[in-house]
Design a protein around this ligand. Structure first.
Ligand code: ADP
Length: 621
């Protein structure tokens, strides 16, 4: 029965566990699916953004930017090694500069000789002053730059500053590959530096730096980098004003131009990676090369919108051009070149497959399920215990009825046999008749005891078994019961030993006698005939102990606690078919406890048992 319950509980638990597990797995799959969908949508957004920007570029290349350029974009046009940039300040430096102006040969020979060979700076200056008034602004710019230098060398800073001031009015006029304005600013800075004029140096270097960052000057990369580094050195810090996106655009324009010079296809598009990615497209009609460049803003924006994902563009060789890739990535969505018709693969990755946010919910659900299974197990256990107890009681009662009927049957059979003999009055000898009478007396006494025992038990169960306590001589009571028992026990030997000075107790003589009788009966019943039984009484601390010892079958340790329960019969008793109802010891315990005492048992299977009644005493005798 218990096994059945256990199996049922286990099965139900397993079913609940399996259902829960399926539920969790489904939940996880759903979350993952949702995340994949989000990733797909983001991939579409990123690809869409790239498409739009590329379409815009195509149109710009077609119209040559006549309809205006989008914010941040730069259009380059080149014809025979000349480059035009729009907007003009779109780049910080240019891939190439316009051809340098032609200055008539030998114009500065005289001044150079005075400056470098004779080191007569004043003479050189006066020679240059004339040239500085030339009508050709290139000659004027060149002369003013040299003039300022000579004044400086001659130790005439004011004059040098004046020359630089004049030079700076020439603005973008190129002097030795640099704009006049830049040469003038740089000259002034280095003069202030030499003069240790920190205030003026700071101001002028600040202007120089800002102008460099504005992209208004035509410079090549090396000049730009040199000038920026120098301005920063003078400023002794890195100013906040940076070139912004223009730096990336300028670098991209430089690379694009170099590639074109090396011979790239007549039409194409590309992307330059880095912190600020730049998209570029170009086309040429043989004569003119047009290119458009712009920060890959649309891509960046789409990336930002993408949320917790990372997006990247991958080129043909699997190199990451821009963006980032999650490592390790749990989810991955790709838009290949074949499907997008773009020259790159768009790759979106996510480290989170959507299941992370479920963890808390899953823990809760798992805990709930575990609790449910535990509850089921507990309930199953309790029910199965209750049921098996119930069944054990039912079994005991069935055994009891069988045992009682059996107990009644044998004395009744003897009595009815003797009654028949009496009826016929056929006794072979007077001795037979006397034996018949003896049996009749014994069996009726047995029947009476049986019925009284059952009635006592019924009273005990109903709680109406009151004991009439009266002063009682324990020794005398024991002696009486033993003698009576000895008389009726054929063949058994009872040895009695009574200590002296036993206390008087308060007790119900009849009930206690019945208890002792029961113990004696058991001792004989569970011993091999002829039985030997020892009855001892002793006293200590005013307590009377009555001990009944036998050398019978003994009681297994596991049964010793149960033998005092009503209806309980030992395994040995049942196996050997010893008569009994299982009520004896229950009654003995009831009587002893009713007297405020206890009953103990010591027993070893095969060696015998000792039952001890311990009763609180009154005064010693
Ligand atoms: P029963 O009618 O079966 O004797 P009891 O309540 O008197 O019922 O005893 C309960 C059980 O205790 C017995 O069935 C028997 O197994 C065991 N028992 C009692 N007394 C003894 C004894 N002296 N020796 C061995 N077993 C005993």
């Amino acid at each position: 029965m218990q096994g059945l319950f256990l199996a049922f509980t286990l099965l139900t638990g397993a079913a609940v566990g399996w259902l829960g597990w399926r539920l969790l797995a489904q939940d996880r799959a759903l979350a993952r699916q949702r995340k994949v969908e989000q990733l797909e949508a983001a991939a579409d957004r990123v690809t869409g953004a790239l498409y739009r920007q590329m379409a815009e570029f195509e149109e710009l290349l077609l119209t040559g930017g006549k309809r205006g350029l989008p914010e941040g974009a730069v259009l380059l046009r080149s014809q025979s090694q000349q480059i035009a940039v729009s907007p003009p300040d779109g780049l910080l430096y240019l891939p190439v500069l316009p051809a340098p102006p032609t200055i008539p040969d030998g114009l500065f020979t005289n001044a150079e000789a005075l400056e470098f060979q004779r080191t007569d700076f004043l003479a050189a200056a006066s020679a240059l002053r004339r040239l500085a008034a030339s009508g050709d602004r290139f000659v004027r710019a060149e002369a003013l730059a040299r003039l300022a230098r000579n004044w400086k060398k001659a130790g005439r800073p004011e004059a040098a500053l004046a020359a630089y001031a004049q030079l700076s009015t020439l603005g973008a006029t190129m002097v030795d590959g640099l704009p006049a304005h830049l040469v003038a600013l740089e000259g002034r800075c280095s003069l202030f530096h030499e003069l240790r004029n920190a205030g003026d140096l700071e101001r002028e270097a600040g202007i120089l730096h800002n102008r460099l960052m504005s992209g208004e000057w035509s410079l090549v990369k090396s000049s730009y980098e040199f000038q920026v580094a120098q301005a920063r050195r003078w400023l002794r810090r890195t100013p906040e004003a940076e070139g912004g996106g223009k730096e990336a655009l300028s670098a991209a324009a430089d690379l694009l131009w170099q590639a074109w010079q090396r011979g790239s296809p007549p039409k194409g598009r590309t992307i330059f990676g880095g912190d600020r990615a730049v998209l570029a497209a170009w086309s040429s009609d043989g004569e003119e090369w047009t290119a458009v460049l712009a920060p890959a803003l649309a891509f960046d924006a789409a990336l930002l919108e993408a949320g917790s994902f990372e997006a990247a563009l991958i080129d043909d060789e699997g190199r990451r051009l821009i963006g980032r890739i999650n490592k390790p990535a749990r989810l991955r969505v790709e838009r290949s070149q074949a499907s997008t018709k773009l020259p790159w693969t768009v790759l979106l990755t996510s480290r989170d497959d959507g299941t992370a946010e479920l963890a808390g919910r899953h823990r809760l659900l798992g805990g709930g399920l575990a609790m449910l299974v535990a509850l089921l197990a507990a309930a199953g256990f309790i029910v199965s215990r209750a049921v098996s107890k119930e069944m054990a009681v039912a079994q005991l009662q069935t055994d009891f009825v069988a045992a009682v009927s059996h107990e009644f049957r044998s004395p009744l059979a003897s009595i009815s046999q003797i009654a028949e003999l009496l009826d016929a009055d056929r006794w072979p000898t007077p001795d037979h008749r006397r034996r018949g009478q003896e049996i009749l007396t014994r069996e009726t006494a047995r029947l009476r005891r049986l019925v009284e025992g059952l009635l006592d038990f019924a009273r005990m169960e109903a709680g109406t078994a009151g004991y009439r306590l009266a002063p009682l001589d324990g020794a005398e009571m024991v002696r009486g019961v033993v003698n009576e028992f000895q008389a009726s026990a054929n063949g058994s030997q009872i040895e009695l030993s009574i200590a002296t000075g036993l206390p008087h107790i308060r007790g119900d003589r009849e009930a206690l006698s019945r208890a002792l009788w029961n113990l004696l009966e058991n001792a004989v019943k569970y011993s091999a005939p002829p039985a030997r039984v020892w009855v001892e009484t002793s006293a200590r601390d005013g307590v009377l102990a009555i001990r009944v010892r036998d050398e019978g079958t003994g009681i297994p340790g596991g049964e010793q606690a149960q033998i005092f329960n009503k209806f309980y019969r030992g395994s040995e008793a049942k196996a050997r078919g010893v008569k009994g109802t299982g009520l004896g010891l229950a009654m003995v315990r009831h009587i002893v406890e009713g007297h405020g005492g206890v009953i103990r048992v010591e027993s070893e299977p095969g060696r015998g048992s000792t039952f001890t009644l311990i009763l609180p005493g009154g005064e010693p005798a």
